[in-house]
Design a protein around this ligand. Structure first.
Ligand SMILES: [Zn+2]
Length: 446
């Protein structure tokens, strides 16, 4: 079936003056002014829409939708924020509320125009050993693509560092479950809907042996590696005190300085470290909203890209954002970038490129992230009908500058997953009610 996405207001692509053709789940043709090369079976009139490649989110913690704007954690920097929230999370998280947290985060992402998600999940308390399996079920129900990112916490610290017994797993359990998840879910094929990445939580929450073992397991299965790195200066202090080096030196020591790796945040790198990251083509997931909320600092996006590193975009967890709207993070990436680099230093096109092509590269995917013939037909459609867009000139700039936050339609692999602003098959009112009820218990802990 050949579907013509006909005559959009604008298309973020080179060419395609009259839209594009989708066939077999892929983009097969950008339509020039002369019309399609051959007849089409269906036409979607896109004359109300600005069309972008589906956005790709490269860092999140879905379960944190259950603790947004939590009274114990607001107005704190990262380590204090973590110390306030870990007791709440570890005391109350169970598989039922976790499932609702995942469903809500994925739905929010999808409604903002995200077609490929990832979730850095690292809490596996008793009864939730199959948390990644639950995530895959929820992903499949929405028809989204996802990198299932299996987190790890195994460090028992004696010095007051954050840890709670039921969030720690032993090394054998961790590595066996990583193998299980890789065997069950990792599909590296073109057009894949689910891939797996291995993701120790942060260098202050895992041991050196598990970092090394994880890197070797990822190499064996040819999957990606992910962790938090360079988010705060407190992490530098921890690393110096415990390992006698800076975080990037530690990363190299544990065999992670490779293009297989993408890290979340990547803020506090010096010039030599930026060069090292570029030399090894490491991916950096920039999380501008979370960085502003926790006052963590500003990612050196332009220097990292100039050095050869890959910059993608993420919303980060919903307790430090506190939403899952990737279009909003595009706007924040542009605005925050301008504070560092000036008015022409980060354009709306730079921020959109990070959320699409850059994020795809972070996840190790060449089949998504751009509107090009041969790529997967993952597209986000926005209208300019709201008051906030009235008077806008450049339609693509308008999405970022005027603050688009909700896609009118979303296509994933050639299938409509959002129609008229509503995710297909989702009862939004019911989801809001059930999730809100489940989240109530997390407040009772205060
Ligand atoms: Zn995070």
């Amino acid at each position: 079936m050949r579907l013509w996405i006909k005559d959009p207001i604008a298309l973020l692509a080179t060419g395609g003056a009259r839209g594009l053709i989708v066939e077999g789940g892929r983009i097969v043709e950008l339509v020039g002014s002369g019309g399609p090369a051959s007849p089409c079976d269906q036409v979607f009139e896109a004359s109300r829409h600005v069309v972008l490649p589906g956005l790709i989110n490269t860092h999140h913690h879905f379960y944190q939708t259950l603790t947004r704007a939590h009274p114990a954690a607001i107005n704190k920097k990262l380590f204090d924020w973590l110390k306030a929230l870990y007791p709440v999370w570890t005391r109350h998280l169970n598989r039922d509320c976790f499932r609702l947290g995942v469903r809500l985060a994925l739905t929010e992402l999808l409604m903002s125009g995200c077609t490929t998600a990832s979730d850095h999940h690292f809490l596996f308390p008793p009864g939730m050993e199959d948390a990644v399996d639950i995530e895959d079920e929820e992903r499949a129900a929405l028809g989204m693509r996802m990198t299932l990112t299996r987190g790890t916490i195994n460090l028992r610290a004696a010095d007051g560092t954050i840890f709670y017994e039921n969030m720690i797993q032993d090394d054998d359990t961790i590595l066996a479950d990583c193998e299980r998840i890789l065997d069950r879910f990792h599909d590296p094929a073109e057009g894949s809907y689910r891939q797996v990445a291995l993701a120790p939580c942060a260098l202050f929450l895992v041991t050196k042996p598990i970092m090394v073992a994880t890197a070797r397991l990822a190499a064996k299965h040819n999957c990606k590696l992910h962790t938090h790195l360079g988010e705060t200066l407190d992490e530098d202090d921890f690393c110096r005190a415990h390992y006698g080096c800076r975080p990037l030196e530690y990363l190299e020591e544990v065999e992670w300085l490779t293009e297989r790796t993408w890290v979340a945040h990547g803020i506090h790198f010096n010039d030599a470290e930026v060069a090292r990251l570029g030399q090894h083509r490491v991916g950096i997931c920039h999380c501008p909203t979370s960085n502003m909320v926790l006052a963590s600092g500003q990612c050196r996006t332009r220097e990292l890209e100039a050095a050869g590193a890959v910059v993608g975009l993420g919303v980060d967890g919903s307790a430090s954002n506190d939403n899952s709207n990737l279009m909003e993070s595009v706007r924040h990436a542009m605005l925050l970038g301008r504070l560092r680099y000036g008015a022409d230093g980060v354009t709306h096109l730079d921020a959109l490129r990070w959320a699409t092509e850059g994020s795809a590269r972070c996840l190790g995917r060449s089949d998504i992230g751009a509107i090009v013939a041969g790529k997967q037909a993952d597209l986000a459609f926005y209208t300019l009908d709201e008051l906030r867009f009235s008077g806008a000139g450049d339609p693509i700039a308008a999405l970022v500058l005027c603050g688009a936050y909700r896609a009118d339609r979303v296509l994933i692999g050639g299938n409509w997953r959002v129609v008229d602003g509503v995710p297909v098959g989702v009862d939004l009112q019911r989801l809001r009610h059930e999730h809100g009820e489940a989240a109530r218990r997390f407040l009772e802990a205060v």
